[in-house]
Design a protein around this ligand. Structure first.
Ligand SMILES: [Zn+2]
Length: 244
């Protein structure tokens, strides 16, 4: 059995693009399929799971860029495989370079500019959303790489949905009231809509953006969720790259 990998329809139009989001469903009856190194699982198991994930997508593991995500608004233009420290968005104009975003509730945002052949992978949780990582990254790509907003396609992968993402008042107050709802003694924040709004404000068309409706918190058989499983939670990978 092959692992279940989620694909977007919006990026699937492009044959040159390889992309996907891993799930909890791996091979060999592994009900966890954890790809994250910072969690409690056995490292050997994780490295093996990564191998299986990349093999399923026919990606050479030596052509991958990882990042040490810290919920910042920092992005990096990358030209070679490796590991980028303290960073939450990767962008490249290279072919055969596969960008990784690690997730378990935060939004993985994958994008592709078909005119300029730019790819990117962004990690946006509430801190990254508040500090405008998406806006910073795409503004950089527009000004320095001439990203073509009319020909760039975005996929927001599975993340915790607006109804499940409960926060206290201090966090809720960081965001515009139109994205916040009161829920019992707590508040909920719609991070997907906030990030969507950043893109719309830049002039990107709604039709060029696909937002997954899969909620990491609710779909406990399919997806990892840090909120739900706490320290026991595994991590999923989102990946994007152009195949030469
Ligand atoms: Zn939900």
């Amino acid at each position: 059995m092959k692992p279940v990998i989620i694909k977007s329809h919006i990026l699937s139009f492009f044959n040159e693009i390889v992309h996907g989001i891993s799930t909890r469903v791996g091979s060999v009856n592994d009900s966890n399929f954890n790809l994250g190194i910072n969690s409690n699982s056995n490292k050997e198991v994780i490295y093996n799971n990564r191998k299986i994930f990349f093999k399923t997508l026919n990606i050479n593991e030596n052509l991958v860029v990882y990042q040490q995500q810290v919920h910042s608004n920092r992005y990096q233009l990358v030209e070679a495989p490796g590991f980028i420290k303290e960073n939450d968005a990767l962008i490249t104009v290279q072919e055969n370079l596969f960008l990784i975003v690690t997730i378990a509730d935060c939004i993985p945002i994958l994008f592709y500019d078909k005119s300029n052949r730019i790819t990117g992978a962004i990690h946006a949780g509430w801190r990254g959303t508040y500090s405008k990582i998406v806006l910073n990254t795409i503004e950089f790509a527009i000004s320095k790489l001439s990203l073509d907003i009319n020909n760039t396609y975005f996929y927001f992968g599975p993340s915790i949905c607006a109804n499940c993402f409960e926060v206290d008042e201090d966090v809720a107050n960081l965001f515009e009231p139109r994205f916040v709802k009161k829920k019992n003694q707590k508040f909920t924040v719609d991070l997907q809509q906030i990030n969507l709004q950043y893109l719309l404000d830049l002039g990107i068309k709604k039709n060029n953006i696909q937002i997954s409706k899969l909620c990491t918190f609710e779909l406990n058989q399919l997806l990892h969720s840090y909120r739900r499983d706490k320290e026991k939670s595994g991590r999923m990978f989102g990946v994007i790259g152009i195949r030469k």
